[in-house]
Design a protein. Structure first.
Length: 80
């Protein structure tokens, strides 16, 4: 779901930028806000994975790997 939310926000921002006039600075701000609109959703997902690693603790190494991969996915979604 996170990928779909990020792609929708990114494509909406790209469409807004592509259809905006060259001197429209307001639309570029709106495009930036649209692109970053999925960040709170991604933070909730990251915190959910972080807390789940505490509830169902495998080994310490697996917990660390799970948390590191959750942070990596969050950063990829932030750029995407």
């Amino acid at each position: 779901r996170g990928l779909i939310v990020n792609l929708a926000c990114t494509f909406a921002a790209l469409i807004l930028v592509a259809t905006a006039a060259e001197d429209a600075t307001g639309s570029s701000w709106l495009a930036a806000v649209l692109h970053l609109a999925a960040v709170p959703f991604n933070i909730v997902c990251l915190l959910g994975i972080w807390r789940a690693a505490d509830r169902f603790p495998p080994t310490d190494r697996e917990t660390t790997l799970l948390r590191a991969s959750a942070i990596a996915v969050f950063l990829v979604y932030l750029v995407l």
